[in-house]
Design a protein around this ligand. Structure first.
Ligand code: 5GP
Length: 178
C-alpha cells in the first residue's frame, strides 16, 4: 500500500511490469513501421503523458510528437459520454504515419471520435497504442493495434491516470481505497 497524503492507493500493476511491457510495445511498434517512416505520435492529454514519454524512447523510428486535449470524465469516475476536444488538430496529418497513444480505452467514445477526426485528414496510416484496455465497458468498437494490459472494469489511477487530478504522479497503476 502506497500512502499519499489524501487517500491510499493499492498497487495493481507494478512500475517494473509497466516498464517491461512498454519495452515490448516499443519493439512491436518499431517492427510495424518501415525504417524510413517518420511516426507522428499523438498523445491524447492528459492521461498518457507519462506513458507516451516512456514509450517514444523505445521506438526505433524517427518521431514527431503532437498533443491533443480530450476529456470525457471531468471530475467523475464514469464517462460522461460527451467528449470535448479542448483544441483542434493543429498539426500535419495528411500523408503521415500516425500513432495515437492513449492511457486507457473504456467506452471507446474518446478514441473513436479522435480516430474519426484524424482519418478525415487522410493520414498514410493510423494506428492506436493503448496502455490499458477495459473491454467490458465498450460502447463503440475500436481497433487497438498495440495494447499494454487488458484489465477488468476497475477505476484505476497512477502512471498518468487521475482521480479528479490526483495520483497522476504514482509510478505504478493502482486502485484508490475508497
Ligand atoms: P472512454 O471514452 O473510452 O470511455 O474513456 C477514455 C478516457 O476516460 C481515458 O482516456 C481516461 O481519461 C478516462 N478513463 C477511463 N477509464 C478510466 C479509469 O479507470 N481511470 C481513470 N483515471 N481514467 C479513466
Amino acid at each position: 500500500m502506497f500512502s499519499m497524503e489524501k487517500e491510499p492507493v493499492r498497487e495493481f500493476i507494478s512500475a517494473e511490469a509497466i516498464g517491461r511491457r512498454i519495452a515490448e510495445l516499443g519493439s512491436a511498434i518499431t517492427a510495424g513501421h518501415a525504417p524510413a517512416a517518420e511516426l507522428v505520435v499523438v498523445c491524447v492529454l492528459k492521461g498518457p503523458f507519462i506513458f507516451a514519454a516512456d514509450l517514444v524512447r523505445h521506438i526505433g523510428r524517427p518521431i514527431r510528437i503532437e498533443f491533443l486535449r480530450a476529456s470525457s470524465y471531468g471530475s467523475r469516475r464514469t464517462s460522461s459520454g460527451e467528449l470535448s476536444l479542448g483544441c483542434g488538430i493543429d498539426f500535419e496529418v495528411a500523408g503521415c504515419h500516425v500513432l495515437v497513444v492513449e492511457d486507457i480505452v473504456d467506452t471507446g467514445l474518446t478514441l473513436s471520435r479522435i480516430v474519426e477526426e484524424l482519418r478525415m485528414l487522410a493520414p498514410a496510416s493510423l494506428k492506436i497504442c493503448a496502455l490499458l484496455d477495459k473491454p467490458s465497458a465498450r460502447q463503440v468498437a475500436v481497433d487497438i493495434d498495440y495494447t499494454g494490459f487488458t484489465i477488468p472494469p476497475l477505476y484505476v489511477v497512477g502512471y498518468g491516470l487521475d482521480d479528479a487530478e490526483m495520483h497522476r504522479e504514482l509510478p505504478f497503476i493502482g486502485i484508490p481505497a475508497r
